[in-house]
Design a binder for this molecule. Sequence first.
Ligand code: PMP
Length: 459
Amino acid sequence: MAPTDDNNNIHMLQDIDRAHHLHPFTDPQALKTAPPFVVESAEGCMIQGQGMSLLDAMAGLGCVNIGYGRTEMAQTAAKAMEELSFYHSFAAITHPAAAKLADKLAALAPGNLNKVFFANSGSEANETALKLIQYYWLRKGKPNKTIILSRDFSYHGSTLATSALNGLTAMHEPFGIKTKGHVEHVMSPFWYRFGGDMTEEAFAEHAAKAIEDKILEIGPGRIAAFVGEPIQGTLGAIMPPKGYWPKVAEICRKYDVLLLVDEVVTGMGRTGNWFAQETYGFEADLMSLAKGLSSGYQPISALMLSDSFAEVVEAESAVLQHGFTTSGHPVAAAVALKNIEILERENLIGRIKSEIGPYFKQALETLLDHPLVGEVRVEGLIAAVELTKNKVTREQYPYEWGVCQHVANAALMQRLIVRPAGNVLVMCPPFTISSSEIDQLVNGLSSALDQTYAALQNV
Ligand code: PMP
């Protein structure tokens, strides 16, 4: 709808929304006292709503990589919709955009990831992976390989099966989701939090060994796959210690455990390479993509399969009993192709590596002097500012104090959007962010941290 132009309209929208819209990841009780914020339009790195313009250092939910409001994308969607508003891809049918997108992704993807299954969300891509992993082991005559290894602090989705992978019991308990016998969690390679006195290399060894220990404890004959995000984005932009991923890949190979890499956030350029597997030097059997695949302009996701995995899936004649009505939707696929064209044409990923990523890193690292900041982690254009009560002991503020939320709220007052996750401020801005927007972000964060620090002195 067109942007609202008066307050009555906003209030009307808020009222009908509160009456009828059940929001994801929202406390419905809190909505009763504080109405939803109405976002009306967006351009570049800025979103507009309720008479305000805000710098979105989160690119929506880490997806709007090419920035908001590109006319070219709207035109592509309109043209695609005029040509072919919908057709499915079941029963050996295809259409130009889906075929070309699959071909393009196979060309871009690392290793032998050459086959693509399309879905609509990251959750669906990971759900598809879980089903295909079971399918794979059944076809290989190893029906006991059913357990998936995941990690604490991971996020892989909101469907019933992918929720069980998530590394926070708060995402299991309210729904009565049982992980036992299906999913086993191992430690997160969170060096700042769990590394103690270990060097980065020693901690990488330690965290990888936790996976090997778990495989041996349960028995390799029962472990189907290990799943992990290269950077644990949602729950704190937790970066892997140097050497961790190649070790994990080696352990998986050693015990015949499939490696599913969840590149829903990191894929399509976020770390300065097309895929974080290139950044960290490893290859997976399966890779899930979503968010940046279309820069959030259309819902579309993909699960990519390695040649050897696809070979097993495709070996015998049998209809694959899996799929979504809108798998490879022609409009979404055309938009994803245009998104990739823009990333290439404007060298947006190269720019992360050579120019704006290093600028982002050095700007954020100036916050290390702040008494509230324990660590600053940056890889490409994803970053974490880790808050601490004590820089030496790395003691955390109790979550219920809401310190991180306080900083995020103070930043919001300065028209900046960052994401609080536990005691971490997470940022992953559009790839088009300028150096002056980064300055604005860091200056604003610095004063938000000052305000919170001052408030803490009165506690
Ligand atoms: N995997 C990761 C790493 C994610 O960050 C997310 C979403 N935040 C998902 C999967 C799920 O994606 P979606 O919300 O599109 O289902």
